[in-house]
Design a protein around this ligand. Structure first.
Ligand code: ATP
Length: 232
């Protein structure tokens, strides 16, 4: 069973084709670094994969199911700009709420456990609207991993994180991959992403310019991919 199947996906904003005929498959356990310059279409694609936005043409399957299917949605963990964090709740209330929505046992314990893991226990009762960007991103990390998702869709997950939080997230991703989860992650932090990635996908002005294994050359020189397959 494929973790993800993207078939001939197009997305138009008005007349503008932000995604043009994108197709690729991701197998369970793979970690795909989704790369591309600003405005290439990474966020647009990730939102479609997460079922937060519909493709104008083409289709996406998550574990062979439609992205709107409940089981498919419950198997996904998402980090993205402003997704799924409530500003008017505390960090604890956010995590307890999501633990309940995912039907987890002991939402209270689960929330406390993840506040501790992400270094937010001291600010657990503070309202999220008063959080720094990094604290908010740590909370997004906690919310994303809370229910052990089988598919992680991460849009710029390292944004605003300090070195400790980056190391924490890398550790969580390694743990998830070791337990068989699948990861797709967009980022401009090439080195962090390529160290974790088994595969890469490069988007160039809405088109898939390259998809394949992450090679040794890419690790040695993170700009290799852009130089070889990117826009000149
Ligand atoms: P970045 O690396 O800067 O985050 P990205 O690769 O994630 O960029 P997208 O945010 O997917 O790129 O944007 C792709 C293109 O679609 C850009 O040209 C952008 O201006 C356009 N676009 C994105 N969202 C919308 C929208 N809601 N309405 C109109 N155009 C949009």
């Amino acid at each position: 069973m494929r973790a993800l199947a993207v078939e001939a996906v197009w997305k138009y904003y008005g007349d503008y084709p932000a995604l043009r005929d994108i197709s690729f498959d991701v197998q369970p356990g793979q970690c795909v670094a989704l790369l591309g310059r600003n405005g290439a279409g990474k966020t647009t694609l990730l939102r479609i994969l997460a079922g937060l936005s519909r493709a104008s043409k083409g289709q996406v399957k998550v574990f062979e199911k439609d992205t709107l299917d409940r089981a498919a949605r419950n198997s996904i963990g998402i980090i993205g700009h402003g997704i799924g964090i409530y500003d008017e709740l505390s960090a604890y209330e956010n995590l307890k709420l999501f633990a309940g929505l995912y039907g987890l046992e002991n939402p209270h314990e689960r929330a406390l456990q993840w506040l501790e893991r992400t270094g937010l226990e001291r600010v657990k009762d503070g309202l999220v609207r008063e959080f720094s960007r990094g604290m908010r991103q740590r909370l997004a990390v906690a919310r994303t991993f809370l229910h052990h998702p089988k598919l992680l869709l991460l849009d710029e997950p390292f944004t605003a994180l300090d070195d400790r939080a980056i190391a924490l997230l890398q550790g969580l991703l390694r743990e998830s991959l070791a337990s068989g989860s699948t990861v797709i992650m967009s980022t401009h932090q090439l080195r962090e992403a390529l160290e974790l990635a088994s595969h890469v996908a490069l988007i160039n002005r809405g088109k898939l310019a390259h998809a394949g294994l992450r090679t040794q050359e890419m690790l040695e020189d993170p700009t290799y991919l852009y130089r070889t397959y990117g826009e000149s």
